[in-house]
Ligand binder design. Structure first.
Ligand SMILES: [Zn+2]
Ligand SMILES: [Zn+2]
Length: 283
């Protein structure tokens, strides 16, 4: 499996409109990895031909521009996992555009959308049949099959509503996708006891200095490191397991370069828009 982080910002893009904070000003001035758009990830399998994605996780309001940047149309997208209802992860307007395309509708790949009961409520206004799409409600801790993938949803600590993290398996690779997560509750920690992850992509909304905060519905860097340590102690990962972050705001007060300085010594790769991520099966 290979993942591409299309958008790496938290709920507010970086720079965030109207904001004159230092992080946003550096992003305006320097561009590149400092500029972040909202959450969308594509998953490619090794046997996939061409750049068009078949699997996606979340679809933010910036997804249209992210597709342009990657030179793809998105019409081959067949499976879309949604983590939760927040607007930075799910834009029903964008999905709705499938109904008005001018190219041959029969050539548009059928899209199956997966998510929690809360996401289902969000989608009631869409006539999925007309969009050549269908819906599958998934429940925490009940594994399901997504074509070639095995997926287990985990309950995130990111209510109100049911927010999900996903464990995605393909052949002998297992990757944990944990955004937006917060520090897990006991049920989720128990659920991963016997898991072995070959890679982790997690949020780090507040990527900056600050103490561990297990009560927040988002992770700061200290809380991420705390979770990483616990997963290591449980044997779910080891020090060499690739770990990348997305969902990074201006909230931590650090620029991209400063974030890298903070995160790299802890074995954490700071994600950016367009970054590729591959799991690594350890011996
Ligand atoms: Zn979010
Ligand atoms: Zn700002």
């Amino acid at each position: 499996m290979r993942f591409q982080i299309l958008g790496s910002s938290a709920g507010k893009t970086v720079p965030r409109p109207f904001c004159r904070c230092r992080v946003c000003e550096v992003a305006r001035r320097d561009g590149g990895r400092h500029v972040r758009t909202r959450c969308a990830v594509h998953l490619h399998l090794d046997q996939d031909e061409g750049p068009e994605p078949r699997y996606g996780i979340d679809m933010s309001p910036e997804s249209w521009g992210q597709l342009i940047r990657e030179g793809v149309a998105g019409d081959h997208l067949a499976h879309l996992l949604i983590t939760h209802t927040h607007a930075d992860h799910l834009d029903p307007l964008l999905l709705g555009m499938r109904g008005s395309i001018l190219s041959e509708k029969k050539e548009l790949t059928h899209l199956r959308v997966y998510g929690s009961d809360s996401v289902e409520e969000q989608l009631v206004g869409l006539n999925l049949d007309k969009l050549n799409a269908s819906w599958q409600r998934v429940t925490p801790l009940e594994p399901f099959t997504v074509n070639e993938l095995q997926v287990t949803p985990l309950r995130a600590n990111h209510g109100p509503g049911t927010a999900l993290n996903y464990v995605v398996q393909h052949v002998d690779e297992t990757v944990l996708l944990a955004w937006d997560t917060g520090y897990w509750e006991a049920e989720t920690w128990e659920a991963v006891t016997d898991c072995r992850f070959d890679g982790v992509i997690s949020e780090c909304t507040i990527l900056g200095p600050g103490p561990v905060d297990r009560d927040s519905r988002h992770l700061n860097f200290a809380t991420l490191v705390d979770m990483k340590l616990r997963l290591t102690q449980m044997g779910c990962i080891d020090e060499s397991t690739p770990w990348a972050t997305l969902h990074i705001g201006d909230n931590g007060g650090l620029t991209y370069d400063e974030q890298v300085e903070l995160a790299e010594p802890q074995g954490v790769t700071v994600g950016y828009d367009g970054m590729w991520f591959a799991p690594q099966i350890s011996a």
